[in-house]
Design a protein around this ligand. Structure first.
Ligand SMILES: Cc1cc2nc3c(=O)[nH]c(=O)nc-3n(C[C@H](O)[C@H](O)[C@H](O)COP(=O)(O)OP(=O)(O)OC[C@H]3O[C@@H](n4cnc5c(N)ncnc54)[C@H](O)[C@@H]3O)c2cc1C
Length: 396
């Protein structure tokens, strides 16, 4: 058993590090933009895309580098380890996998090269106010209109809807009432659409929200938005499967971001603990009260990275989606708890300076905490594992 990623799988992560190191002089300004102004520096996006971060899950014949999700996850971890995790990278990877596995040849040809290059940014819209974690309660409906569709409904908490070019929207092509009346499976009746974020009838209202660096969340209103038939991903009514297979890469990427963020927080803590002296002229890192919690985070981080790589590896090897789902859920669960501890211990190590903007640790707190709630809450993950891995009765 070889636990090391191959040199190819490390290529993009190494390129990300080189690209971001080359911009060292810009990091403080970028952090200011990301944290204080909730904007993501365009040159940072370009540097990450040029390094190939969005091309990993896209095969070479579709304009990507085809190195796989292990490579993509390592690249995302590296960005976050340098202090610049990015949610649109996660969402772009997710959109690319949905299109790759379920889109027609023409949908693939039109979108995959543009996602891989970073030319087209994708956000993702599934959450509705009255559905929440239970996507099957969604009511947004797409009706046929000539050779296209008319989309009506409202989504909430949509990250980056203002900066994305396209939105991968999950909507119904058969209403829930009709699905129930006909006794069809609850996964029936959903579809995935690629919707231009500037389409007539699409409106955004800002939801002041914390938790995602460099990005805002929006309520998105679809008022009979026209979607060309060619921008349907997969078949009408059959989007449930496409949706749930693309949620796996989202969870794996979220875990990778958490791992990188934990490395960033831990690096800062170790640096500070080696420098700060308050008693006996010894660095505070010499106190076991400081060093042991950091060492525990180091162990937990290693375990979380292994779980994340295992999930990405299972995805790349095309193991059945249930198995990938188990690993993806476990990785996201563990990484989200580990990063919270990493950030908490980093803040504690920094003492009062842990709360100062100068040291930049407190800014990580909200994102670390968010990861236990989104993209999926940890209670639902435990329910999935209890049901699918342990064979316990479904709890909801
Ligand atoms: C900053 C941010 C960014 C987001 N970005 C996006 C985005 O880009 N696109 C998008 O579509 N959505 C996005 N979301 C929405 C996010 O995915 C949801 O908030 C999340 O999935 C939880 O749904 P909910 O808020 O409706 O919680 P609810 O479903 O109302 O659940 C509330 C709480 O109840 C508990 N709970 C729920 N169900 C169960 C159960 N079966 N068993 C045990 N406990 C349960 C959990 O503790 C959960 O946290 C974002 C949210 C935030 C805060």
């Amino acid at each position: 058993m070889d636990f090391n990623p191959t040199p190819d799988e490390r290529l993009v992560a190494d390129a990300v590090r080189t690209a971001l190191e080359a911009h060292r002089a810009d990091h403080d300004r970028w952090r200011e933009m990301v944290h204080r102004h909730k904007t993501f520096p365009p040159e940072l996006w370009t540097a990450m895309c040029d390094a190939g971060a969005l091309g990993c899950v896209v095969p070479e014949e579709n304009g990507g580098n085809g190195l796989g999700l292990v490579a993509g996850a390592l690249a995302m971890e590296e960005m976050a380890a340098l202090g610049f995790g990015n949610a649109l990278m996660v969402l772009g990877t997710m959109a690319a996998t949905a299109i790759l596995h379920h889109g027609s040849d023409s949908v693939k040809a039109r979108w995959l090269p543009r996602i891989a290059s970073g030319e087209q940014k994708f956000c993702f819209a599934i959450t509705e106010a009255d559905a929440g974690s239970n996507a099957f309660r969604m009511t947004s409906l797409a009706r046929r209109d000539g050779d296209g569709w008319r989309l009506k409904g409202t989504k909430v908490f949509i990250t980056g809807a203002d900066v994305a070019d396209q939105m991968l929207v999950v909507a119904r092509t058969t209403s829930r009432q009709d699905v129930e009346a006909q006794g069809l499976p609850r996964t029936f009746g959903l579809a995935l659409f690629i919707v231009n974020t500037r389409a007539p009838g699409l409106g955004l209202s800002l939801i002041p929200t914390h938790g995602i660096e460099g990005m805002n969340q929006f309520e998105v209103h679809f008022d009979d938005v026209f979607v060309p038939g060619e921008d349907l991903v997969g078949e009408p009514d059959m989007g449930g499967v496409a949706l749930f297979t693309s949620l796996n890469p989202e969870r794996i990427c979220a875990a990778a971001l958490a791992n990188g963020m934990a490395r960033y927080a831990l690096d800062k803590a170790v640096k500070y603990a080696n420098e700060r002296r308050v008693f006996r002229n010894a660095p505070i890192g010499s106190y076991q009260g400081v060093s042991h919690p950091l060492a525990r985070v180091r162990v937990w981080l290693e375990a979380s990275q292994l779980l994340t790589l295992r999930a990405a590896w299972a995805f790349d090897r095309k193991l059945d989606p249930r198995t990938v789902g188990s690993y993806a859920n476990m990785a996201k669960y563990e990484a989200s708890r580990m990063v919270m501890e990493a950030v908490d211990r980093s803040i504690q190590t920094h003492g009062g300076y842990g709360f100062s903007e100068e040291y930049g640790v407190i800014w990580l707190f909200e994102t670390a905490r968010l990861l236990q709630t989104a993209p999926i809450n940890n209670e639902l993950i435990l329910s999935f594992i209890a049901e699918h891995d342990l064979g316990l009765p479904r709890s909801y």
